[in-house]
Every structure is written in C-alpha cells, then in structure tokens.
Design a protein around this ligand. Sequence first.
Ligand code: HEM
Length: 435
Amino acid sequence: MTADRKGPGSGRKNLLTRRNALIGGATATAGAAAAVGIDTVRRGGLPGGGGNPQVEDASSTAPLAEARVGFHGERQAGVVTPAPAYGNFIAVDLREDVGRADLRRMLKVLSADAADLAEGLPPIADQEPELTEIPANLTVTVGFGERVFDVVDPSAKPGWLKPLPAFEQIDRLREEYSDGDLLLQICSDDRMTLAHAQRLLLKGLRGFGTVRWVQEGFRNASGSLKEGTTMRNLFGQVDGTINPTTEDSSMDDVVYGLMDGLEPWAPGGTSLVIRRIHMNLDTWDEADAPGREDAVGRKLSNGAPLTGEREEDPADLSATTPLGFHVIADYAHIRRATATTPQERILRRPYNYDLPVSAAGGLAGKGADSGGVSESGLIFASYQADPVKQFLPIQRRLAELDMLNMWTVPIGSCVFAIPPGCSPGGFVGDFLFEG
Ligand code: HEM
C-alpha cells in the first residue's frame, strides 16, 4: 500500500542520489550549485539564507505540516488513498516525434520529481523550494493514454483503452475536456503546494508535449469534516456512500481486479475514467426537497436511502408505497446505478468544480450545459480494473434512464490506464520498457 506516512527527511537519500546524477552529468557549476542547495533546502531555505521560519514554526503545531503520502509502492498513490481537498487532472498531448527513449527519460524524471514532492523535498529544477516543504498529503498519479503504449509497447495496451462509446442521449462532449495521451492527477490538501507541484511537473514535461486540458477540483477543506465523512457535491447531496473500501477486500476486488471475472491489466494497475459533468444549479433550484430526494433515492439531510434512517442503511429497492409504487423510484439514480453483478462496481473519487463566471447573470435554461451565475459540476473520477466490464454497464443504464439527467450534462470524457506504482529505484511504467 502507498498510504504510509513518513517522517520528514526520509526522502533525503533519494535527493542525494539525484544530486549525484546531476553532478555526474552536468557542468561543475550546476553540480556545485546543487551541492550547496542540498543542506539548505532541507532546512527550508535558499543557499546563503537560513531555514524557513514559517515552516519550522508550523511543523510543531500545524495539522498538515507532517502529512505525507509515500509515492513509492506496488500501487500508485492517489487512488485508494483518502482524497485530499484539492485535485487537479491534467491531460498532456505528446509531441508527434516523441520516441521510446524520450518517454523513458520523461517518466524517470517525472517519477523522481513526484517522489521528492511527496516527501516535501524540492526537485532539482525547483526554483521556489519553500513551496515544497508542506506536501499536505500531496499525491501525483500518472495515467497512460493509448499513445504511450503505441510508442513504448503496443502489445501491453489493455483492450479497453479507448474512448467510451458515445452516449447520444446525454453527452455533449467538448474536446477541451476529453481524451489526451498522458494524465497527471495531482492532489493535495494545500492549494499552494498543488499549484507549485503542477507547475514544476509541467515544466519537466514541456519538451515532450503540450497541455491539452486542466480540470481543477475541490472537496471540503481538510479538517472541516470528521474523518470518514462522505463528501457532498454542489447539489448538496451526500455523494460517495456506496463505494468499495480498504476495510475489506472490496477495494482490491474492484479497483485492482483481484476477483473472479476481472483481471488487472498489470498487477497493481487499474484504470481511470473521467467524466466532466455539468450540473445545472439554476434548474436544480427549481426542484423542491422531496423532488430532489426522489431523483436520487436518498435523503438530502444525511444521505440515508429513502427506505432507511441512516446513511449506512441498505437501500431496499423492493419496498413499495401504499399505492404500489417503488419507494425508490424506477428512475432514481441509485436504482439505475446499483450493481447488477459483483464485478459491476467502481470506485468513485470525484471532485467538485466551480468556475468563475464572467458577466454572470440570468438563468441557465433546462438542459443547458453552461450559463446562469455558476459553471459548476463534478469531475467524476471512477477507478476500476476494467472500464468495459465495470463502468460501461452502469453508464449505459444511466444514459437510458436516470432522473438526474434532467439537471446534468456530461461535457468531457476520457479513459486512462493507471500503471502500477514503482520502487525507489524505478519509475512509473518502467516494466513496459523491460522487453
Ligand atoms: C453529476 C453527476 C452525478 C451525480 C450528481 C451523482 C450523485 C450521486 C449520489 C448523490 C449518489 C447516492 C449516494 C452514493 O452512494 O454515493 C450516487 C450513487 C451512485 N452513483 Fe452517481 N452521480 C453522478 C454521476 C454518476 C455516474 C456518471 C456514474 C457512473 C457511470 C454514477 C454511479 C453511481 C453509483 C455506482 C452509485 C451507487 C449506487 C448504489 O449502489 O447505491 N454516478 N450518485
């Protein structure tokens, strides 16, 4: 597992190794600069300066100062690890002439930099090392689109790695939120840390490709909810109740394919489907509370199913009203999304989005995918061993019938293979280069 939290300084060896590599391969001046940097940046200061007093003070009292999620392990961090408050998803289009050796070099540097950042250490190219010192549960998760396999090892490409079929009833997809060759998912409980990590990692990638899109998401601030509380989305709904968990085998089964009828594309690997779904808050405003609860099949107050009292109560899909109608309606989101086989389950780890609207005003009409005073929705991130067997059947049912479709419009869609994690000596995807 990758969720281990490590004390400060445990990544020092890694930084030293990288420094040696730099000194070995670069000019004496660069090497000397790095050599000066090593001790000062660990203390939080720039060469010639002292430590960073803000961080030294913070480490004794600030709740997030020591919060780290290790980068290395059999599985990448950022999937089953708790979702930090902020999550950015960035798709990169690789340059036409990128070759196998280029990708190897790129992934090596990307992995080393991500590992440093997760430890609170500044990567070599970091010009603002102070901004790395509080990772605040920073995770960097790398995903591969088809192109990576085409260049590196076409025989390893999972059969499901292609765009989802079109859902004509509901989709209004935009290029600016769809597809991509390489994905970076960067999450942190500190927006400053995330912004800096994103810039640093993208600087490392710019010789290899261009940013295709960035989707910025958020959840509640770290510490504002009791641990284990299910998040809410911008409709005000408790969102994420029925999900696999690390407390039993369901996370392994669903996400890593360790169950009959599923197979991981690589041990410790999984897949990520991202659907950007616009939520029309203006027309949602027109629905009253019973109508809103009816649409999902759960209560707004605490997320309990309409047939129960508490969030954790199982939904009774067979319960009927005195008039003979299902209590959880035939068109209710949870009835339509409920798994019909043990395999047909997914890990939902969504982030909300809410874009600034310039010249905001008026009302967004029914079925609109923009407009009104908000531009909001869900970055619906779903992890599963096999999107065709697990995600698709659910999405097909929801496209055919789901009351929530009255207020939601998918505007982006993409599928990525999430490779296994790597060891400190390796890099994400290294096993693909072994042949
Ligand atoms: C903006 C779009 C969406 C919203 C607002 C939304 C909201 C919700 C809410 C409030 C619940 C009930 C609580 C829970 O178990 O989390 C739920 C359940 C669920 N949703 Fe969604 N959802 C959206 C899109 C999707 C999509 C695209 C899928 C998959 C294709 C999906 C799959 C599920 C599943 C599997 C459940 C659990 C069903 C169960 O077994 O009870 N949802 N969703």
